[in-house]
Design a protein around this ligand. Structure first.
Ligand SMILES: [Zn+2]
Length: 326
């Protein structure tokens, strides 16, 4: 009797262990976020099916974006807010113990805006569905580049122009370093990328260590620092932001924009994000009142103003400010 009881206990123990191992093998919840125009290439039903083997739960959140400008502005505030609200709701109901991964399949400026509002649990991972090797921890962003041996550093390079106002920050972190000319004049431009002799080079962003690779955490950190420096300097002038970067880099850079995302929950600080304790510049305190994001229209090869969040100032107002200052 005693032996039979022990055997049952042993079987139960083994069953529990194997279930626990299965939990260990499978990584929590995957949030697949899609915010693209309906005609833009869809990220792979195949990748989603593979993910079903790897994750305990899949949460797809998807909205179509209308990226045709109306009165000169692409307005995607409603779909961005909708995915943002749903993400918050589902995260609140999620089992945090098993971990969270986010695969952003999102138009670059929308990924930036959405992430700046998101609150993700510590240890959350970011995935690029198009590249199964590309997965990294969001918490790695914001650390100094020295913590990433084996990867290239990212150097912001600043140039002065003949405009009387406006700061432009461009992140050039793909195989296509060139960018189409801006439809407006600015005073200064900072290009965040790998720049040699003033010329942005082709960049491979990857999580695999290699001398010629840039780690996505380093890319997102350098980009955020350049945006924050521009906001600090801007006073009342708009900060135009453009980018050609991998999707997880856009997401992480937007996440870093919120100072609350860059320090542990208990640490108190009066640094609004620019690095200066107690800085009271309005642009540092309220970045979305000064940021003027432009979306790259792949069909026409031009940059178009995009309105992403309710707290963002109407891009047309900022454009008018820029015009008036020239
Ligand atoms: Zn500041």
């Amino acid at each position: 009797m005693w032996i039979a009881g022990s055997a049952v206990s042993l079987l139960l123990l083994l069953a529990t262990r194997s279930w626990e191992r299965r939990l260990d093998d499978k990584a929590g919840t995957l949030y697949y976020l899609r915010l693209l125009a309906p005609w833009m290439p869809n990220w792979h039903e195949g990748s989603l099916r593979t993910a079903e083997q790897e994750y305990l739960r899949i949460q797809p959140l998807s909205r179509d974006l209308d990226v045709s400008p109306t009165d000169g502005v692409i307005d995607v505030r409603v779909p961005v807010a909708s995915v943002s609200d749903k993400l918050e709701e589902r995260l609140a109901a999620d089992d945090r113990a098993t971990g969270v991964a986010v695969a952003p399949d999102i138009l670059a400026p929308a990924a930036y805006a959405l992430a700046s509002k998101a609150v993700l649990p510590r240890g959350s991972r970011l995935l690029d569905f198009g590249n199964p090797e590309f997965a990294w921890q969001l918490g790695e962003a914001g650390k100094p580049p020295e913590s990433r041996p084996g990867f290239l550093d990212v150097t912001p390079v600043r140039s002065e122009f003949d405009g009387r106002a406006g700061i432009h920050v461009h992140a050039a972190l793909t195989g296509e370093p060139d960018f189409a000319p801006l439809p407006l004049r600015v005073q200064t431009r900072t290009v965040v990328g790998v720049v040699r002799d003033g010329v942005p080079q082709k960049v491979t962003v990857s999580t695999t260590p290699h001398q010629g690779h840039v780690h996505p955490a380093v890319a997102a950190t350098a980009w955020n620092e350049a945006v924050r420096a521009a906001l600090h300097e801007s006073r009342d002038t708009p900060v135009v932001i453009t980018s050609r970067v991998p999707k997880t880099v856009s997401f992480a850079a937007g996440y870093l924009l919120s100072p609350a995302h860059r320090r542990p929950g208990t640490a108190r600080s009066l640094d609004p994000g620019c690095g200066l304790e107690g800085c009271s510049n309005d642009a540092c305190l309220h970045p979305w009142r000064y940021l003027l994001p432009l979306n790259y229209n792949q069909r026409s090869g031009t940059w178009e103003p995009i309105w992403l969040l309710s707290e963002q100032r109407d891009p047309r107002e900022l454009l008018a400010l820029l015009e008036a200052a020239q």
